[in-house]
Design a protein around this ligand. Structure first.
Ligand code: OAD
Length: 231
């Protein structure tokens, strides 16, 4: 089969690597106020606190290793004769460290810094501070290059084009609570794709999927990849 496969991933794929999800019991949004650490207004109110939050997440990510689900998607990308597009909502780099070559980070990346003054991007240091000057314009307006609530996700035109031309769409480890990603299944369905949800528990949009596979990502994702590569 030479068809295009588009895969949307969320925090659940990195859960078994030790990175917390957002909305599960013990999730990040049960410990932190989303308004304070994941909105432009929260950053304007208290940039030091927001930098501390993302510095801690960057450290967690550096100490984590990709799991069998990341590795299985890299294997699918390598061995599927058609195109495989991984679109992730995750700001970690575990897909890349698990061997995936082409990953679209729609919510940005912890390992990138962004100048809020001039838009310049550069590799983030392990610890970012409010006073860090932009290497391009020297403004002390450094922020993590992550998409906050109220901001527009990155690469939407490319993602829409991939969804309109895919034969298979899978959502892995995402709760279906955050749009536009939660609506991708509808776009893929309209494009005629087979849709499959792989998750620990049914997501909020589970009824939109043609197929479901429930369980930990480290188990269900390799099994799904096996079924695609050796039908
Ligand atoms: P959530 O925390 O909302 O959902 C995580 C999903 O992963 C849930 O459906 C869990 O059931 C599932 N899950 C947990 N452990 C799992 C495991 N071991 N294997 C498989 N699935 C598992 O995370 P996201 O859906 O990624 O955005 O959240 C979407 C966005 O909301 C994030 O990108 C972030 C957040 O606020 C921004 O910060 C802009």
């Amino acid at each position: 089969m030479h068809d295009k496969i588009v895969i949307l991933t969320g925090a659940g794929i990195s859960a078994e690597s030790g990175l917390g999800t957002f909305r599960d019991v013990d999730g990040l949004w049960t410990k932190y106020d989303l308004e304070e650490v994941a909105t432009p207004e929260g950053f304007a109110r208290n940039p030091d606190f927001v930098h501390e939050f993302y510095n801690a997440r960057r450290a967690n990510c550096a100490g984590a290793a990709p799991n069998a689900a990341h590795a299985a998607l890299a294997r699918l990308e390598r061995d599927h004769p058609g195109e495989v597009v991984i679109v992730t909502q995750n700001v970690d780099n575990l897909h890349e460290r698990g061997g995936a070559a082409h990953v679209i980070h729609m919510h940005g990346q912890l390992d990138q810094a962004l100048c809020a003054a001039c838009g310049h991007r550069w590799p983030a240091p392990a610890v970012m501070n409010t006073a860090d000057p932009c290497p391009a314009c020297a403004a002390p307006a450094t922020r993590p290059d992550v998409v906050w609530f109220g901001e527009i996700p990155y690469h939407m035109d490319a993602i829409m084009a991939h969804l309109s031309g895919c034969a298979i769409f899978a959502a892995i480890g995402t709760s279906g609570e955050v749009y536009p990603a939660a609506g991708f299944v509808d776009l893929a369905t309209r494009a005629g794709a087979h849709t499959v949800e792989l998750n620990l528990e049914p997501s909020s949009v589970v009824s939109a999927f043609a197929e479901t596979r429930f369980g930990p990502a480290s188990q269900v994702v390799p099994a799904w990849v096996d079924s695609l590569l050796s039908p």
